[in-house]
Write a protein that binds this ligand. Structure first.
Ligand code: FAD
Ligand code: DLZ
Ligand code: SF4
Length: 512
């Protein structure tokens, strides 16, 4: 049998399951750039350039290993623009009699695969994506009897399963599972950050950059300078650089935000992991070795491993466990439109402007910026989750629906009513003031709730607490917030409501 083996854009791993048992003489590997995938949201130009360049380099590596590869470029004249039609065309043209796939990262595509079982003329095999450390069925089994689902318990099981940071007697190294409390330091004055490595740009990347410039120039985001790693070797260099120079500070300042500093001590590895150039297990092992050789403290190493072995696998489990209903959940009935400042229009809120600017420049911002600035604002202002999710899916180079949706709809917007998080991550301007230097440059005052200079996050925070009382008051983790709200006199409550209404009106008029 001659098989076609389709590799999607985020399946760029030599160990990908659809290549298992491949016959180099007869089987064909297919990869294709299609407009349908490149435009279902307005992806950031850096994201598209990174993905296409990484794909083209991966195809070249496969050819060098003497696999037969069909690579369809976006501007190839015969490219019909969709995965359906391209797969059907290649199957027919090359008289292939089997299609072998690895399960995709998005529900949308898994539905497509189901459809192909009826529409294509050849049998189809779909293999598990074994790069993840917890399979979809294993997560579902774990989740079956656990209510509520909490990352911390899942993470402990994963630590035991892979014996990462574990003592021989089955206890966690250092005696604790989680060192998060040590990882919330605000930024210090005069912090310095090791220089990031850069990669030489070759003709493949140059060709892709021209293509993206021509075809996607209207999309939000800056294409140049383009500095992403696009091969496994380059991605490994990034990983080693992180382990050697940054991991030792990663934990302490994980939540800090600094104006003009997009990366701090973060790894910037999510894009490479999600596309398949790096594997989660190898990063966990590298971090563990860094700890064992005394090069980074336990709070930093455990914090990093928890993000990958815990959060990353947990969000994927949540996605596949609750889709397709998950995508349309809107527990708080949030319905306002996404303000234009998310797409780079001016705003007087410095924190938002800065996070959006960093996003525009790098197709990246770190977790706390995504969660506590742009995410928190959308939560407090009651923005429609569908619009917010589309924004996150478009603007970050690491964004695929399996990881973006639970983080945005669940963690940031509480749209799933508590599946991902035990309470909303709602915070006033005081949090941003404590964890960043953004407020120093802002025309608003984080210490004021009322008046012209008042930080919009403050009145919007109380308005959020007030208007969602029926849904949130019963939650024990919200007792503190409701205790404080209850202590406000009724005229103060009225003033806060009016102030918030005014800011929401300004937001709708694009003058906030
Ligand atoms: P680091 O801070 O260095 O963390 C190390 C690694 O841990 C990351 O590379 C990533 O692989 C993993 N990780 C950390 N937190 C999470 C998490 N919550 N979920 C999954 N993996 C995690 N991450 C994505 O990969 N794609 C997304 O589309 C995405 N969308 C997000 C949307 C929102 C609203 C929020 C709050 C978070 C989102 N995240 C997403 C999670 C997280 O913000 C990014 O993984 C992280 O910022 C990537 O930067 P880094 O590689 O420097 O991460
Ligand atoms: C995000 C993306 C883009 C921009 N382009 C392509 C493409 O041209 N070809 C492709 O195979 N995949 C692309 N992707 C990724 C898919 O949209 C989808 O998110 C993943 O393949 C899911 O596994
Ligand atoms: Fe953001 Fe408020 Fe601080 Fe301005 S004062 S930067 S709006 S938190």
């Amino acid at each position: 049998m001659k098989a076609l083996r389709l590799i999607l854009n985020d399946q760029l791993s030599m160990t990908i399951s659809c290549l298992n048992g491949i016959d180099k003489n007869s089987d064909i590997i297919m990869m294709c750039e299609v407009m349908e995938e490149a435009s279902y949201v307005p992806h950031h130009p850096k994201k598209i350039a990174f993905l296409f360049s990484a794909m083209r380099h991966f195809a070249k590596d496969l050819e060098e290993k003497e696999y037969k590869v069909i690579y369809v470029k976006l501007d190839d004249p015969q490219n019909t623009g969709t995965l359906d039609s391209e797969v059907a065309r290649v199957l027919k043209d090359h008289k292939l009699d089997l299609l072998i796939l690895t399960e995709p990262g998005e529900w949308r595509l898994s539905e497509k695969y189901k459809l192909w079982q009826n529409t294509l003329t050849v049998p189809i095999q779909i293999h598990e994506d074994n790069r993840f450390l917890c399979s979809i069925s294993e997560f579902q089994k774990w989740a079956q009897y656990k209510k509520p689902l909490r990352m911390e318990y899942f993470y402990r099981e994963m630590r035991k399963k892979y014996s990462i940071l574990m003592e021989q007697d089955g206890t966690p190294v250092g005696g604790k599972w989680n060192y998060d409390r040590e990882n919330r330091k605000p930024p210090q004055k005069n912090m310095s950050f090791p220089k990031r490595i850069s990669h030489k740009r070759d003709w493949i990347s140059n060709e892709v950059i021209h293509l993206v410039h021509d075809r996607f120039e209207d999309n939000f985001g800056t294409l140049e300078p383009f500095y992403y790693a696009v091969t496994r070797n380059q991605a490994l260099k990034e990983a080693r650089h992180f382990m050697d120079k940054l991991l030792l500070f990663f934990g302490d300042y994980q939540d800090a935000m600094i104006s003009g500093e997009s990366f701090l001590y973060h790894s910037l590895l999510s894009s490479y992991l999600n596309v398949g150039l790096l594997l989660p297990i190898e990063l966990c092992k590298m971090a563990e070795v860094t700890y064992l050789s005394g090069k980074a403290p336990l709070n930093c190493v455990e914090g990093f491993i928890r993000q990958i072995l815990g959060w990353r696998e947990f969000v994927r489990g949540i996605y596949w466990n609750f889709m397709p209903e998950y995508a349309s959940m809107n527990y708080l009935n949030s319905s306002r439109s996404l303000p234009a400042f998310y797409w780079g229009k001016p705003t007087r809120m410095f924190c938002i402007e800065e996070c959006v600017r960093q996003t525009k420049d790098h197709a990246y911002s770190h977790h706390i910026q995504r969660l506590m600035v742009t995410g928190n604002f959308a939560l407090l202002a009651g923005i429609n989750p569908v619009e917010v999710c589309e924004w996150y899916l478009a603007v970050y180079s690491d964004a695929y629906e399996w990881v973006e949706l639970p983080n945005t709809l669940g963690m940031a917007l509480f749209g799933d009513g508590g599946i991902m998080a035990s309470k909303p991550y709602a915070a006033s301007g005081k949090y941003i003031h404590r964890m960043s230097n953004f407020c120093e440059n802002c025309r608003y005052d984080p210490n004021e709730t009322l008046g012209e200079a008042a930080c919009p996050f403050n009145s919007l925070y109380w308005d959020f607490i007030d208007r969602n009382e029926d849904k949130l008051r019963g939650n024990p983790r919200m007792n503190y917030a409701y205790g404080n709200w209850d202590r406000f006199k009724s005229d103060k409550k009225t003033s806060i409501r009016l102030q918030a209404a005014d800011y929401l009106k300004q937001m709708a008029e694009n003058i906030l």
